[in-house]
Ligand binder design. Structure first.
Ligand code: SAH
Length: 469
């Protein structure tokens, strides 16, 4: 069984592994299976890797469907990379996520930890994202069936939707997306219809030509709606006609921007969005704190669960009003601002300068006077002189990206030895790895997973560490 390209038949899927892969055991060997299978399915698997103790492959056929499965609610399920866990009841999704947090703490972290409270599930499991980005493409992804049905007439070529996972130039045309509240679909479909009717060109990423590139929508819990249309170059008449039509057709847009992007890549961070209508930003609320979100600002994409996550974080920090709190990887300062009233002072650090500018503005707008923010790499900024200047930390809150913390930072945290560390993570695997290092001085006191992204395998996890000595 060491050969690649082996097909294993009638494999019983028994569990979920990390990253949305499922797991089975065949002759004592662990098999990781991709391709949307769930525990309880019986499938054939084509192996792509075959090692001594484990193998990996893709399901080629499902013989028996798990009794656990439910019917996906979205027409685009199966092709779209978005909500890949729709075939699982929400309760099962939560159970698998919870299990994964526990497994990582045990198997990667080799940690002792208290019994985990249930993961905080979302009340709103659809329409929960405040931000979505759609892509225009002249290479619509078509299924074999769609191509066959069309026969001689090549069907629709243009698409406005999401990239197909692993196919960089193909975009799946999306009619109804359940990730964002209306008027998201209305905006998207209005623009597509107008563009098709007036033969405006959809971008060709390979040839680097075409006019319409991206559409970024922000629909806030405050009711504010921001649209940023990214086009390749200025074409004033055509642009004004389209944007005016959008405003006339879709009620509720509070801010409409457009951005010229002549570059090869889709990133708008080095570009200057221009305001066509409205104030140029939207506002989102967490408790009674207001956050100003511009077209380039970062903000938690699920406002509802973002608030839940921050409450857990604040609760774990156990603040009494006097503490010196460091907020590492602070983004636009939202965690620091959220905990500021319970703290003596807050020091936020973040790599991206624009995010720090937003953090300062957000603090001022919320009348938060005890928070200061610094732009730079946490590894460079967090040296002895910095801690000496700003005060020995009582609590360190850290919220690194998926890669987790750099080893230099964990080493520094061990040296600084704050009494408490609250570790917020969007990747419980790297979190468990980092906790194993911090275990030298810290005990895992509390763990709380939060489900920020229903119908996906993504997990957010908060851990409270208490210094041992
Ligand atoms: N705590 C914030 C954002 C967390 S996302 C919130 O809740 O909104 C992680 C952040 O870490 C990103 O903003 C990213 O820009 C920043 N980051 C990544 N590497 C970094 C580094 N080496 N030093 C400082 N910040 C970094």
């Amino acid at each position: 069984m060491r050969k690649k390209n082996v097909i294993l038949e009638n494999v019983s899927v028994t569990a979920y592994a990390a990253e949305g892969k499922a797991l089975a055991r065949v002759d004592g060997k662990v098999i990781f299976i991709e391709g949307g299978v769930v525990p309880g399915d019986i499938v054939d698997v084509r192996l792509s890797k075959n090692k001594k103790d484990w193998a990996e492959g893709k399901a080629t056929q499902i013989h028996t469907y798990s009794p656990d499965r439910v019917t996906p609610f979205c027409d685009h399920f199966g092709l779209c990379g978005g909500c890949k866990w729709q075939m699982l009841p929400y309760e099962s999704q939560l159970a698998y996520k919870q299990q994964q947090v526990e497994d990582h703490l045990k198997r990667i972290g080799h940690l002792e930890f208290p019994a985990l409270p249930p993961i905080l599930g979302a009340e709103k499991t659809r329409h929960y994202r405040n931000k979505l980005e759609f892509t225009f493409s002249n290479k619509a992804y078509l299924t074999d069936e769609e191509i066959r049905e069309a026969g001689e007439d090549w069907p629709r070529r243009n698409a406005l939707g999401f990239h197909i996972p692993k196919l960089f130039d193909k975009v799946l045309d999306i009619q109804t997306c359940y990730l964002q509240e209306e008027p998201a679909n209305l905006i998207k479909n209005t623009i597509r219809d107008w563009a098709e009717k007036h033969e405006l060109s959809f971008y060709d990423i390979r040839r680097q030509e075409g006019w319409l590139r991206n559409l970024v929508l922000r629909i806030c819990t405050t009711g504010e709606v921001m649209v940023n249309l990214v086009i390749h170059h200025e074409a004033k008449e055509q642009r004004e006609a389209l944007l005016n039509h959008l405003l006339a057709t879709v009620p509720g847009i509070t801010t409409l921007l457009y951005t010229l992007n002549p570059k090869k890549n889709d990133s708008i961070f080095d570009l200057e969005p221009k305001v066509f209508f409205g104030k140029g930003y939207v506002e989102e609320k967490l408790e009674d704190f207001t956050f100003k979100i511009g077209p380039k600002s970062f903000f938690q994409t699920n406002t509802y669960q973002g608030e839940a996550l921050y409450k857990v974080t604040r609760d774990f920090a156990g603040l009494t009003g006097n503490e010196v709190v460091y907020d590492l990887y602070c983004g636009t300062g939202s965690i620091g601002i959220f905990v500021s009233r319970s703290a003596g002072k807050v020091i936020g650090i973040e790599l991206i300068k624009e995010a720090i500018d937003d953090a300062k503005e957000n603090a001022a707008a919320n009348n938060v006077k005890n928070a200061t923010f610094f732009a730079g790499d946490v590894i460079d900024i967090c040296d002895d002189a910095f801690f000496a200047a700003h005060g020995a930390p009582d609590v360190i809150i850290t919220d690194p990206p998926r890669a987790g913390m750099h080893e230099k930072l964990t080493a520094k945290l061990l040296e600084v030895a704050a009494p408490r560390i609250v570790y917020v993570s969007c990747n419980p695997a790297t979190q468990a790895r980092d906790l194993a290092l911090l275990n030298e001085k810290y005990t895992v006191e509390k763990v709380q997973a939060v489900d920020m992204f229903p119908h996906t395998h993504h997990i957010e996890n908060v851990v409270l560490l208490q210094r041992r000595y």
